[in-house]
Design a protein around this ligand. Structure first.
Ligand SMILES: Nc1nc2c(ncn2[C@@H]2O[C@H](COP(=O)(O)OP(=O)(O)O)[C@@H](O)[C@H]2O)c(=O)[nH]1
Ligand SMILES: Nc1ncnc2c1ncn2[C@@H]1O[C@H](COP(=O)(O)OP(=O)(O)O)[C@@H](O)[C@H]1O
Length: 383
């Protein structure tokens, strides 16, 4: 029997010269040209040729691009995205997707009225799902999160949000929040750098994609403290998370805690209490929260939170053991592709006896995607 035919027609022209590499990938009537210049600091540029009109378009590029490297290889995965393998970086950092026609890209294209493409970094294995914690102001979210981070500093990391509100006395910029100007956050939101944002108590709050992914990239489980609107947006995004709503034992107790904290003016307290009623109402909306926790006695609530987190189907990724210790520099190029498997070949000819220079990248269970990370990549050596 002959070899399985590729599912899609792929024309990949590698125009390699000493210091630059360019790939041209055809999708329908368009050719996507992915190139890097000979300036080692400049990152990849994308241009699209419309073959019917013979015109070039420079798209709006969303998401953080790969760090500059010397070269890459690329292949079309399906009609939605291009897989790019970077060379000269650790293998963990070498797998990228350029989304050209995914639902996210289509949606952003509509919003912006321009042609959009978006970067997403490939992650080997699933990683642990981030934890979204919501609840009314003063209920004790921050207190519970602080306890968790103190007890398990290497397991959990906090997603540091951006906010336009003024810092409280003991709050540190970059630790509790990134305190920012409204015009700056609005600009960054329009650049697609935020996973979600919301207007809360008269200020803008938002979670940058980087805030979540930098925690995940450190191998820690990310905790987000965001309001109900934010939780709703994350639910609708490509980020798979666990959603927990923290309730007070009573409205009176909530008010007491908020006043006792002593961080807000009376006017701000009144605003937070008004919003609290709406948040408590929304906590029962179907499809947002997976768990409700009542924070009556702090220690009891904390124990329940811990139970709930260990009940979750946390699992160590097993399929990435091949590269787990490997901060080895990637020097792979794409050799072949079937429907969901890509064969990568090491370009060094150092294949000593018994050492593999072929690896198989399995794309059959991808999840997530731009803006952020594409998870669920499986990788295995070919013997
Ligand atoms: N949507 C969204 N909400 C956030 C974010 N960061 C914080 N919040 C929420 O904004 C609200 C106000 O937070 P904060 O000003 O720290 O006051 P506190 O809740 O009274 O401690 C809380 O409900 C937070 O969960 C964010 O990045 N996105
Ligand atoms: N279970 C609890 N019982 C009594 N006070 C609590 C409890 N949990 C938190 N607090 C206190 O309530 C106040 C508000 O808690 P905080 O963590 O700042 O709430 P949030 O982050 O939800 O706004 C703080 O002064 C905190 O010490």
């Amino acid at each position: 029997m002959g070899e399985e035919a590729p599912e899609f027609r792929v024309e990949s022209v590698a125009l390699e010269s000493k210091d630059c590499l360019q790939n041209a990938i055809d999708i329908g009537d368009k050719t996507y040209v992915i190139s890097r210049s000979d300036d080692p600091k400049s990152s990849i540029t994308i241009k699209i040729l419309d073959k019917l009109t013979q015109t070039w378009v420079v798209p709006t590029v969303l998401g953080a691009p790969p760090n500059p490297t010397s070269s890459h290889s690329a292949v079309l995965v399906n009609n939605e995205k291009i897989l790019i393998i970077e060379k000269g970086v650790p293998l963990n950092d070498s797998i990228w997707f350029l989304e050209v026609d995914t639902p996210f890209v289509k949606q952003q294209s509509k919003i912006k009225g321009t042609v959009v493409v978006a970067w997403s970094k490939g992650v080997i294995g699933e990683g642990q799902k981030p934890i979204v914690i919501s609840g009314p102001s003063g209920v004790g979210k921050g207190t519970l999160i602080a306890k968790l981070m103190k007890e398990y500093p290497s397991k959990f990391g906090f997603s540091v949000s951006h906010t336009t509100r003024a810092p409280r006395e003991k709050e540190i910029d970059g630790v509790h929040y990134h305190f920012t100007e409204r015009s700056k956050i609005e600009e960054e939101i329009s650049e697609g750098k935020f996973l979600e944002f919301a207007h809360v108590h008269g200020n803008v709050y938002g979670t940058s994609i980087e805030a979540v992914e930098s925690v995940t990239d450190e191998g820690k489980r990310c905790i987000l403290d965001i309001d109900v609107q934010g939780a709703r947006s994350v639910r609708a995004s490509s980020l798979e998370a666990i959603f927990i709503f923290v309730c007070p034992p009573s409205f009176e107790e909530l008010e007491k805690r908020l006043r006792a904290r002593g961080t807000e003016t009376e006017e701000q307290i009144q605003k937070r209490l008004r919003n609290a009623r709406a948040e408590l109402d929304q906590s029962n909306s179907p499809g947002i929260f997976d768990h409700l926790l009542v924070n009556d006695d702090l220690e009891a609530c904390y124990e329940n939170l811990k139970k709930l987190l260990s009940l979750d189907d946390d699992h160590e990724d097993s399929n990435d053991s091949f590269i787990k210790d490997g901060k080895e520099t990637a020097c792979y190029s794409i050799l072949s592709k079937t429907n969901s498997e890509i064969l990568l070949q090491s370009e060094t000819n150092e294949a000593e006896k018994g050492t593999t220079n072929l690896i198989l990248l399995d794309l059959s269970s991808l999840s997530g995607g731009a803006p952020g990370r594409t998870r669920g990549l499986k990788i295995s050596p070919v013997n």
